[in-house]
Design a protein around this ligand. Structure first.
Ligand SMILES: Cc1cc2nc3c(=O)[nH]c(=O)nc-3n(C[C@H](O)[C@H](O)[C@H](O)COP(=O)(O)O)c2cc1C
Length: 140
């Protein structure tokens, strides 16, 4: 399985989660690669079997809108039939942004690999373990 772990992170919390997702995917035997959303070449999207996408809550319970949201909107058409899992960090909103993101993502054609993983600010060891499991789930 060829897996892309693609994230945006302003202060490193979602980045730490992405690193754990990558580790979990590699441990599960996937050919997994880590990208920031601005580094990912959309022309290569069809070559991946699964995607783990990470973005923190920004704006008012929104995806980061200067880099991640435009990237995600462009990627969406390539997610049909692919395994997808979502993760990210939040501050004070209780995870509302993730519910909105899931509704947007999984009412389309992607195959939900597992439950999303969210972290209040910096990920704890427990959350990092959940991130590794997410990486493994998207790799199956
Ligand atoms: C401009 C801005 C907007 C934010 N909006 C929200 C929000 O709507 N809901 C929330 O729970 N946290 C919000 N946060 C908190 C971040 O989601 C939180 O600090 C998160 O850990 C940042 O992740 P990162 O380190 O990957 O950038 C916001 C933070 C910033 C800087």
């Amino acid at each position: 399985m060829k897996i892309a772990v693609i994230y945006w992170s302003g202060t490193g919390n979602t980045e730490a989660m992405a690193n754990a997702v990558l580790e979990g995917a590699k441990d599960a035997g996937a050919d997994a690669q880590l990208f920031t959303c601005s580094d990912f070449n959309l022309a290569t999207a069809d070559s991946f079997d699964g995607f783990a996408l990470g973005c923190p809550a920004m704006g008012a319970e929104e995806l980061e809108d200067s880099e991640f949201l435009p990237f995600y909107n462009d990627l969406k058409s390539s997610l049909a039939g692919k395994k997808v899992a979502l993760f990210g960090s939040y501050g004070w909103g209780g995870g509302e942004w993730m519910k909105l993101w899931e509704a947007d993502c999984f009412t389309g054609a992607p195959v939900k690999a597992c439950e999303s993983v969210i972290s209040e600010e910096a990920p704890s060891d427990d959350v990092l373990a959940q991130c590794k499991e997410l990486g493994a789930a998207v790799s199956k």
